[in-house]
Design a protein around this ligand. Structure first.
Ligand code: SF4
Ligand code: SF4
Ligand code: SF4
Length: 241
């Protein structure tokens, strides 16, 4: 069975170790940044930033909460970006790990269409038109190592393994989280391989935290319909808790 992540945001301290480890393993350059009034840096994903710890200050139940959301590609089980590309030499799913992988041939694809098809707004384009995003550290995983971001996380917020085990772990973490946070939930658990556990409503963390919350154009809307067609009822039950 292919792999999955559990990112338990209730355990995340916003240290950004995962963000740095991702850059280091992929030998990606730092980005020029500026103070935008938040500790989040840089401000968005890019062609050279596959992992970004998003930070939001939100008032929840009369308390100021600092919400961390370590963002990356969700490695969708039926990936809309792959379906939109329709070109397996450019975007394909690795059958062993379930990683959705991009190659240099993405340069020949209609980049805007691929980007718009992603319900989580993940792929980013280089100046030459090549698309990039998190690759699940496929080279590490194939060699029995954990993804760099998981390996480096000091709090246990990031977890990785066989999908059935990760889903079981996610449900256990959810039960624990619900004791403290009444709105705790798992995001889009049936359709993606990067399962987020959030303590509060997903939209408080990030506009694209949950696929169905995304501001959507026609292509993204079609991608959502495709992703959720077989799971609509189960997903609705899950989000009601
Ligand atoms: Fe593709 Fe977006 Fe899904 Fe990643 S999150 S596999 S980029 S559709
Ligand atoms: Fe980066 Fe690898 Fe983690 Fe993806 S799995 S965010 S590529 S470190
Ligand atoms: Fe959060 Fe772990 Fe990333 Fe630190 S390394 S920001 S604790 S997910």
């Amino acid at each position: 069975m292919a792999k999955s992540f559990l990112i338990d945001t209730t355990l995340c301290t916003g240290c950004r170790g995962c963000q740095v480890a991702c850059k280091q393993w992929h030998d990606l350059p730092a980005e020029p940044t500026q103070n935008m009034g938040s500790f989040q840096n840089p401000q968005d994903l890019s062609f050279t930033t596959y992992k970004l710890v998003r930070m939001q200050e939100q008032v929840v139940g009369n308390k100021l909460r600092w919400l961390f959301f370590p963002e990356q590609c969700r490695h969708c089980i039926d990936a809309p970006c792959e379906a939109t590309a329709g070109e397996p030499t450019a975007i394909f799913t690795d059958p062993m790990t379930g990683a959705v992988l991009y190659t240099a041939i993405t340069k020949e694809l209609p980049a805007e269409e691929i980007i718009e098809s992603c319900p989580y707004n993940i792929p980013r384009m280089a100046p030459d038109g090549t698309l990039a995003k998190c690759d699940m550290c496929q080279d590490r995983v194939e060699n029995g190592l954990l993804p760099a971001c998981v390996k480096t996380c000091p709090t246990g917020a990031m977890n990785f393994g066989e999908r059935d085990e990760v889903v079981e772990m996610a449900n256990k973490h959810l039960m624990m989280a619900r004791k403290k946070f009444k709105d705790a939930n798992l995001i889009d658990v049936d359709t993606i391989r990067v399962i987020y556990l959030v303590a509060h409503k997903p939209e408080l963390y990030h506009d694209f935290a949950m696929a169905s919350n995304a501001e959507i154009g026609i292509t993204r809307h079609m991608a959502l319909q495709r992703m959720f067609r077989p799971f609509k009822r189960a997903g609705a039950q899950l989000m009601r808790g």
